[in-house]
Design a protein around this ligand. Sequence first.
Ligand SMILES: C[S@@+](CC[C@H](N)C(=O)[O-])C[C@H]1O[C@@H](n2cnc3c(N)ncnc32)[C@H](O)[C@@H]1O
Length: 248
Amino acid sequence: MKTYDFFTDYYDEIIRWNGYSLEDEIFLIDELIEKNSFWAIDILEVACGTGVVAKQLEKKWYNVIGLDISEKMLKKAEKIFSKEKLILWDMTNFDLEKEFDVVLCNNNSINHLLTLEDWEKFFDMAKLHLKKWWILIFDILTIFEFENISRDFRWFFNVWKDTICLEMFKKDNNIFQWLVKMFIYQNDKYLKNSYKLVEEQVSEISFEIDFIKEILEKHNFEIVKTEDYHKWIVDKNSERVYFVAKKI
Ligand SMILES: C[S@@+](CC[C@H](N)C(=O)[O-])C[C@H]1O[C@@H](n2cnc3c(N)ncnc32)[C@H](O)[C@@H]1O
């Protein structure tokens, strides 16, 4: 399913704020790679979005290829990352005819695949594109986190002269839907000092951590580790969890 249209314009300004800095994320991903596949060079970043992670990883010593389903995200990525290394494709069904040292899927992108079947298709794609014994890294937002967000929060962000409001609603079967309201500032010869409201919905799903491990094992991955993004241990109150799994 295609996601992100207007929201792409605000994505980088909003998604990484206090507590979710890009630097922390890059540090963690680099550490997970270094500790679990020391000689890794070639990374395939699926669902690479605006390319900010690919760009930072490339600044280290990695060769990175980015893939995403959204043309608009990739257009934005092209501004900071080489166009030749960006591929428009669906992460549940692609074939680059190349194997990588690391397949990375960052920032709860896998949560955007709304059925278990699609998660499984993605694991198969990751396997197809990994060298044997090398690693898949992805992170999820947990059901616990989505329950919290949909119960307690409404976030407002001022970006340039526009205001963006993010809310989340619980749907059936652990599907949660972001409602993104963008109040876009208008000041031209027709509309003076007013706001146009544009709304967009983005849905996400999550599964229990142990269940995800089982599915990975079913697809011939060995679980190397799970790591909580915020705290020392992964438990029932984890909000964001990274998985490292080896192709066997
Ligand atoms: C939350 S963003 C994360 C972007 C990037 N990984 C980051 O760390 O900023 C989710 C991304 O997943 C992409 N996406 C959603 N479904 C996809 C699919 N089926 N195949 C490839 N990309 C997909 C969206 O276009 C979007 O760029």
